[in-house]
Design a protein around this ligand. Structure first.
Ligand code: ZN
Length: 475
């Protein structure tokens, strides 16, 4: 029997162990998509407790607690930090075989050096030890944790109306102090500029955009001018990536006149028809993609989530609180049309596609090949297992399908897509999983590992962990 989560966790062969410890473990982290709060980085936030850090916004844990019969008061309610932690500690032993069990213990081990398993028996001791470090150790602030995990760059997720003042302030601070602080770059996430399902919220958003861009928005042309002004501003602040959260892809035919009319209609507060919504979303997706192509950015698409399924809890807690699931749409044809339109106009930027439904894996893995144009290695990427798929099985399935149907060697690798400063061990988890896949192939004679090929495999590990992302994003 192997020891739980020892030095060779997830590494089943000698070759895997050698590849991981020699080539993967020490690589810096480029976390090219995350949801960290820029204010916490800028202000070098100190966490009041492990509860704030772990349970403050982690809807994965909240779902598990609800499933385990924990009442909402101890999850998102007014219970004390200790009460919430105690409820989580009592849940953890019931998360065996759920990725939360691995995440929890990898975080305890790599951040705090705690090797005990969390349970009601160890809860008090772990709570006190973690809080002592968080409250007193200078290395346990937001930035301290990023440095601890060897984070080189993070790209946050920012709305076009955001003034990015935390990004600017942080950049100034780190420039003047000249230390080895991680870089924090903004990323452009204009979802609200497409959200015409709710005319009232859309109108409010347009008004905020008008203010941010200092443009009086009366027409669709003014609207896109304002977005372009904000895109230019983001570019000047170092942004080189966009990200879009979509249910599915949109490539419906439309005319410019139709879009002008639809914009005026929704801005005036009228509900749009399903057809009008599709046309508008298609026009916006195209507009954003052209912006990115012209600015030389990378565009990312996260698609396939069915959100806010529980209307009672949506009323009570709002979005992103653990009531989303994997959706089911037929989007291959629309995705193909969308990419083809851009490619035919030579306006297809570097693109990363993330599917939430694993039944789309092979569809996406083969879609990539249609639009690789030889200009950049791995121009169209398939993002690492995302959200519900961000675990051992999901990562293995993504890397296996990518290997079979594309080029794993050109993969830009892992990202946390997380709100937590403790999520960086997910890169370690990914790297161990990658090395294990390669090690198994080598030991079974499926992959050569002598001479030139041995060097290629070693390089491949370093590339997927770090070099490919560095090169792809130009960071
Ligand atoms: Zn995300």
């Amino acid at each position: 029997m192997k020891t739980f989560m020892d030095r060779d966790f997830l590494l089943q062969t000698d070759t895997a162990r050698e590849l991981y410890h020699r080539h993967a473990a020490s690589q810096p982290i480029i976390d090219y998509h995350c949801h960290l709060d820029p204010a916490m980085v800028d202000e070098d936030h100190r966490f009041r407790s492990i509860t704030e850090l772990w349970l403050g916004g982690d809807h994965y844990k909240w779902r598990a607690m609800r499933t385990n019969g924990v009442p909402e008061r101890l999850i998102t309610g007014d219970a004390s930090d200790w009460e919430k932690f105690e409820a989580w500690a009592a849940t953890v032993p019931y998360t065996l075989r759920n990725p939360l069990y691995h995440w929890t213990h990898l975080e305890l081990k790599t951040a705090f050096g705690i090797n005990d398993c969390l349970s009601p028996q160890t809860a008090r001791s772990i709570y006190d030890r973690c809080n002592d470090r968080l409250q007193n150790d200078p290395a346990f602030t937001a930035r301290g944790l990023m440095r601890h995990y060897h984070v080189e760059v993070v790209c946050t997720t920012d709305d076009p109306v955001d003034d990015l003042h935390h990004h600017r302030a942080y950049k100034e601070q780190t420039k003047s102090s000249g230390n080895d602080s991680p870089r924090m770059l903004p990323a452009w996430r204009p979802d609200k500029a497409m959200a015409v399902e709710s005319p009232e919220a859309f109108r409010k958003y347009v008004n905020r955009l008008a203010e941010a861009a200092d443009i009086d928005i009366r027409t669709f042309g003014d609207f896109t001018d304002a977005l372009q002004r904000r895109h230019d501003f983001f570019h000047a602040e170092g942004c080189r990536l966009s990200d879009h959260g979509l249910e599915e892809f949109y490539a419906a035919p439309y005319t410019d006149t139709e879009i002008d009319v639809i914009f005026n209609k929704v801005y005036d507060g009228d509900e749009l028809s399903a057809t009008e919504i599709r046309k508008f979303k298609s026009a916006m997706l195209y507009f954003f993609a052209v912006q990115d192509a012209e600015a030389g950015w990378v565009q990312q698409y996260h698609y396939g989530a069915l959100r806010n399924n529980n209307s009672r809890m949506m009323q009570q807690l709002g979005p992103d609180t653990g009531f989303d699931s994997i959706g089911q749409w037929q989007t291959a044809r629309e995705l193909s049309r969308f990419l083809d339109l851009l490619d035919s106009e030579e306006r297809l930027a570097k693109t990363i596609l993330y599917n939430l439904n694993p039944s789309d894996n092979e569809m996406i893995a083969t879609m990539l090949g249609n639009f690789q144009d030889g200009s950049v290695a791995g121009k169209i990427q398939w993002g690492s297992g995302w959200w519900f798929l961000d675990q051992k099985d999901g990562m293995e399935r993504q890397m296996n399908a990518l290997s079979l149907l594309g080029l794993l060697s050109r993969f830009v690798g892992m990202l946390t897509d997380s709100r937590s400063f403790l999520s960086y061990p997910r890169h370690e988890y990914f790297r161990r999983t990658l090395c294990n896949l390669l090690g198994n192939d080598i030991e079974q004679g499926l992959m050569p590992f002598t001479g030139y090929e041995e060097q290629r495999v070693r390089q491949m590990v370093e590339d997927i962990c770090y070099n490919n992302a560095k090169c792809y994003f130009g960071m």
